[in-house]
Design a binder for this molecule. Structure first.
Ligand code: UD1
Length: 314
């Protein structure tokens, strides 16, 4: 049994990580300021610390006695960061630096940083490999690049073991569909279940490597536990790529509707194509995505149906 801090543990990905850790018999502390997380996402057996990690003292309290830190707390939205860069910077960069300093001082065994595929930007080569140069197109992408570089630097300068997991468009149960900044899959499902028209920004030809959350949980826990990977960065994804138009067609088939989408202008800071090379995680972490896109979408639709299509709950 080990002691895990999950920052952002009341959020979508953080709550799945906390749940998996509790199931494995670990002690789990969640630190969350509920800026994008919800109390109803918290699982039994988790210790809650309501804390804003942009406050260095709160970050210090959060890591006390912890062996591992899974730093998931963020304002995870490209468009929100374009509209509110200062607010996003505080949550995504200031809090990350504070948690790194606190983890260093508390001699935490390893910190896993939630990175993002957005750091690749529009680099033309697909699939994206971890050693390609970053080209952030939005404040959010830049924040995630700064976070992973800080994490690596803390490994080199101070010997704090850090690993970055670059997520690619994660989806699944408990993803909040209630904000205009929500992930596209949650918004599409919400619209289709409500019988309203899904919105597509741009021509719908943009592609993503949509990754079911159970695959991410597996990748992150491997990143935390695998010896000898301190300072490394890993794509955590599926190596698949579908366009938004294709995604919508699959969801229409699963839900049994053919609502026509409304096409709106493309979003500022949007990336055209995204697909991960996952061979590094396969090789060094033994990672394999086990839940495919359609299976993951079916699970997710079933969950939103049970949750009434609008409100995330258990
Ligand atoms: C980006 C990052 C991802 C990060 C996420 C946080 C890339 C490639 N990915 O996701 O790593 O975790 O931000 O938010 O940069 N869209 C619609 N209709 C909608 C909503 C969105 O057409 O109602 C479109 C967007 O314009 C975009 C695509 O769907 O082209 C995906 O959008 P979204 O789910 O917000 O994620 P990304 O911005 O790709």
């Amino acid at each position: 049994m080990a002691n895990y801090l999950v920052t952002g543990g009341a959020g979508f990905i953080g709550s799945h990580l906390s749940e998996a850790l509790v199931k494995r018999g670990h002690r789990v502390r969640v630190a969350d300021n509920f800026s994008t997380g919800y109390r109803h996402n918290l699982r039994d057996g988790v210790e809650l610390m309501a804390a804003d990690l942009a406050d260095p003292a709160a970050a210090r309290r959060a890591v006390e006695g912890m062996d591992y830190v899974l730093h998931q707390a963020a304002i995870p939205s490209v468009p929100r960061s374009v509209l509110h860069p200062v607010e996003s910077h505080r949550a995504n960069v200031d809090a990350t630096l504070n948690i790194l300093v606190a983890a260093r001082d508390a001699k935490v065994g390893r910190l896993v940083f939630a990175g993002s595929s957005s750091v690749y930007g529009d680099t033309p080569t697909l699939p994206k490999r971890e050693d390609m140069p970053a080209n952030p197109l939005s404040p959010y992408a830049l924040h995630k690049q700064i976070g992973e570089q800080y994490a690596r630097m803390f490994t080199r300068l101070y010997g704090l073991e850090t690993v970055t997991t670059r997520y690619f468009n994660v989806f699944g149960p408990r993803q909040d569909p209630t904000s205009p900044y929500s992930g596209v899959i949650s918004l599409f499902i919400k619209a289709l279940l409500a019988g309203t028209a899904p919105i597509i920004h741009g021509d719908g030809g943009q592609t993503r490597d949509f990754t079911y959350v159970a695959n991410v949980v597996d990748g992150v826990l491997r990143a935390a536990e695998t010896p000898g990977v301190g300072g490394e960065i890993f794509n955590v994804a599926t190596n698949g790529r579908v366009s938004l138009n294709e995604l919508l067609a699959v969801l229409q088939k699963i839900i049994g509707t053919n609502a026509t989408p409304v096409y709106q202008p493309a979003r500022a800071g949007d990336v055209r194509d995204s697909q991960a090379d996952i061979s590094k995680a396969e090789r060094l972490l033994g990672y394999r995505p086990t839940v495919g896109l359609e299976e993951g979408l079916r699970e997710t639709v079933a969950w939103y149906r049970a949750a009434n299509g609008t409100r995330p709950s258990s």
